[in-house]
Design a protein. Structure first.
Ligand SMILES: Nc1ncnc2c1ncn2[C@@H]1O[C@H](COP(=O)(O)OP(=O)(O)OP(=O)(O)O)[C@@H](O)[C@H]1O
Length: 352
């Protein structure tokens, strides 16, 4: 393992920002630290970088304990959310900064900066200053500057937070491709799950200073291993009286259930599909989401959200519909269980 955290604890006053944090990362992977605000993501990054010391626990990089090695000697590149570029320096000088500090010779610096300018597609902008750049360009300069001294590990703290939505999407793809090309082990912090799912090889979910789950985006999405992960990932709604739904029995261990929109299919009442496994519902609201419709449904006293493709027959607010729930996540304080609609197997009646 290239990066290892073992039993890390960190308190700020009375607040436990890291609570027995342990994980390991393989060389060359791009890892997303994902969690709500205040869950301890940045604290982990800062301890890895050497900007903060853990109260207890070990940090290993490439098999070597680095707890007592100062930040400047850890060989780590850092990209912050607010660019943190030197305002009075040109793009070229910003990128060259780390190499100047290392007292590399002029010819090497020129060659290395030019290489990074090409990699980050900043050709022609070398003599501009930060205020003459767009947000996306500034962030690419920050990225090039972090990579210039050939770090072994790259840490990115909410790298796209200050950038507008469309450019952010482009930059995500760009970052993933560029990091793959360079092959550097990288960890980025985000509270945006779309960003984590799109970019990361593996996601580490943080909550109240603890690690909730580690896995590939698909693993985390399909098999959330904790109640928090089940509720946090994806669009999800919690219901209490899930035992009243067709095909689901109340389970004495679990008080609540999570339903995701992808677990639900909606059809017109005159097109009953699986009548013994479905609920009768009514459409409360419809939102156009660009590539689909988001339906807000009422079934009895329960509110659900479902998606509907633009290709499907249009539905309107007030329409009575059949609502088929394929599966649910049941959870309590400690565990989560995926259950399928039991009536689906026995219900062969399809009326169209
Ligand atoms: N230097 C500090 N002094 C005191 N408290 C701190 C310090 N740094 C962080 N904290 C506290 O530790 C907790 C975790 O903070 P951290 O920045 O790691 O969370 P985060 O998950 O990165 O949140 P965000 O997404 O809002 O940046 C927060 O409650 C924060 O207020």
């Amino acid at each position: 393992m290239y990066v290892e955290l073992k039993g890390i604890n960190k308190k700020f006053g009375g607040y436990q920002a890291s609570d027995n944090v342990s994980f390991s990362i393989q060389k060359g992977k791009l890892i997303g630290l994902l969690g709500p605000s205040g869950s301890g993501k940045t604290t982990i990054l800062r301890m890895l970088a050497g900007l903060e010391n853990p109260d207890s626990g070990d940090i290993l990089i490439d098999g070597k304990r680095v707890n007592d090695i100062p930040a400047s000697q850890r060989g780590i590149g850092f990209v912050f959310q607010n660019y943190a570029l030197f305002r009075y320096m040109t793009v070229f000088d910003n990128i060259a900064f780390g190499l100047e500090v290392q007292k590399k010779d002029k010819a090497y610096i020129r060659q290395r900066v030019n290489e990074l300018v090409r990699l980050t597609q900043l050709e022609g902008l070398e003599q501009r200053r930060p205020h003459q750049l767009s947000g996306g360009q500034k962030q690419r300069v920050a990225f090039a500057r972090a990579l210039a001294p050939n770090p072994h590990l790259l840490l990115l703290d909410e790298p796209f937070a200050a950038i507008d939505a469309k450019v952010r999407k482009e930059l995500r793809t760009w970052l993933r491709e560029t990091i793959n090309k360079v092959g550097i082990t990288s960890i980025f912090v985000t509270h945006d799950q779309d960003e984590a799912v799109e970019i990361a090889d593996e996601i580490i979910i943080t909550n109240r200073g603890r690690i909730e789950q580690i896995g590939t985006p698909v693993e985390i999405y399909k098999n959330p291993s904790s109640p928090f992960a089940a509720r946090f990932i994806g669009e999800s709604l919690t219901i209490e009286n899930y035992g009243e739904l067709h095909g689901f029995k109340r389970h004495e261990k679990y008080d609540s259930a999570v339903i995701r929109p992808e677990f639900i299919s909606v059809s017109k009442v005159n097109k009953v599909i699986y009548p013994h496994a479905s609920e009768q519902g009514i459409i409360e609201d419809i939102f156009f989401r660009g590539n689909n419709f988001e339906l807000h449904l009422n079934i009895g006293d329960k509110k659900l959200i479902a998606y509907r493709s633009l290709e499907d027959e249009a539905l309107a607010v007030g329409d009575k519909v059949n609502v088929l729930i394929y599966r649910l996540y049941l959870y309590n304080d400690e565990e989560v269980l995926l259950v399928e609609n039991a009536s689906l197997k026995s219900d062969n009646t399809i009326v169209i």
